[in-house]
Design a protein around this ligand. Structure first.
Ligand code: HEC
Length: 186
């Protein structure tokens, strides 16, 4: 082969490589901004009622584990705002008339996994489901509950979840900074 042909060949090869690189970087940028897979790494998107399979699985889990207290129609126990004679609270509704939707998705996950928080003045009757339900089961049942809220309440819940996620992240960062400071002092 003479040098001219070789140069032409090299030039074409370079062009080919360049266009591949351009293609790959375009794909990376496009995926980063649009990929729903990446969006689902955000914890508040784990309660996504548009995923019918999760809602279906969550309904089964709910009827088996939660309906006995929270009601088959998510209606809760009668007079749920009034304390029982022993000071405990009845199970609240899980539909939009309750206050479940006022709490971010990660907090709800924690309540179902670890049980309701008890204090010196309050004994929670909400049992922990750790060891009974897998993490995915818990997200499924919460997704089922969310699927029963009207669309505008679902939207509000997305906003609340995102906000409280950011708040917890900020607090985590502040804690890390404080702990770091302590380390240096000692
Ligand atoms: C033995 C009865 C009982 C069962 C079973 C039960 N719960 Fe509860 N749950 C309660 C009570 C009572 C509360 C109120 C918490 C308190 O008193 O601190 C509660 C609170 C909650 C809350 C917090 C609501 C809020 O507004 O803060 C969520 C979420 C919840 N339950 C989900 C579930 C799910 C999901 C299941 C099934 C996997 C379940 N519960 C099973 C009794 C129960």
């Amino acid at each position: 082969m003479n040098t001219e042909v070789i140069n032409l060949y090299q030039g074409l090869k370079l062009m080919f490589i360049k266009s591949i690189c351009f293609f790959i970087s375009t794909m990376v940028v496009a995926l980063t901004f649009t990929s729903p897979v990446l969006a689902h790494h955000k914890p508040w998107h784990k309660m996504d009622p548009s995923k019918e399979a999760l809602v279906k699985s969550g309904k089964k889990i709910y009827m088996k584990n939660c309906a006995v207290c929270h009601g088959r129609n998510l209606e809760g126990q009668a007079n749920w705002r009034q304390r029982n004679p022993d000071g405990t609270l009845p199970a609240p509704p899980q539909d939009e008339t309750g206050h479940t939707w006022h709490h971010g998705s990660e907090m709800l996950f924690g309540v179902v996994k670890n049980g309701g928080p008890s204090t010196a003045n309050h004994k929670s009757m909400m049992p922990p489901f750790k060891g009974v339900l897998s993490d995915q089961d818990i997200w499924d049942v919460l997704t089922f509950i969310k699927s029963r809220w009207p669309q505008h309440v679902q939207n509000r819940h997305d906003m609340i979840s995102e906000k409280s996620h950011r708040y917890m992240q900020d607090r985590h960062m502040k804690n890390m900074k404080t702990n770091h400071g302590h380390k240096h002092k000692n």
